[in-house]
Design a protein around this ligand. Sequence first.
Ligand SMILES: Cc1cc2nc3c(=O)[nH]c(=O)nc-3n(C[C@H](O)[C@H](O)[C@H](O)COP(=O)(O)O)c2cc1C
Length: 155
Amino acid sequence: MKTLIVFYSRTGCTRRVAEALAAQLGADLEELRETADRSGVKGYLLAGRDAMQKRPADLLPVTQQAADYDLVIVGTPVWAFTMCPAVRTWLLREATQMRRAAFFCTQGGSGAERAMREMEKLLGRPLVARLTLRDKDIRAGACDAALSQFTAECR
Ligand SMILES: Cc1cc2nc3c(=O)[nH]c(=O)nc-3n(C[C@H](O)[C@H](O)[C@H](O)COP(=O)(O)O)c2cc1C
């Protein structure tokens, strides 16, 4: 099964999960990048504002197309109780091209349920699998069981 993992990561947690999933599933990776500078305190504050206001992101060109894959897994950090702008923009563009879809969120503590609901709304179809992980568990390397269950559901 040809699988693509599309993700955005500001501080590395979502990237770490995406890379672990790619290794387990033999999937291709597409990291979304924006023209906006999200670094530092100013970047953090503007990121929260943009996510809350559902502002579209100005994405740098991507290399892969969802339509070329049997399964697309989309990963986002939770920002202001929703998906980050890069993932929102990519989903709005590609949702209709996805055959099978699975989502994962990384978060500090809460908001993933709402983020997941909004992502599913943009997709407009049921998911194959979903996964939520906390940033501190990702940094501690304490997510193996959850990742294995998720990849089993994806297969
Ligand atoms: C602007 C901003 C808003 C955030 N809002 C939330 C939130 O609403 N709920 C939450 O649990 N974590 C929130 N977080 C924490 C991130 O979701 C969490 O640290 C995530 O794992 C970071 O992923 P990354 O390292 O891939 O960027 C926020 C982080 C940022 C930068």
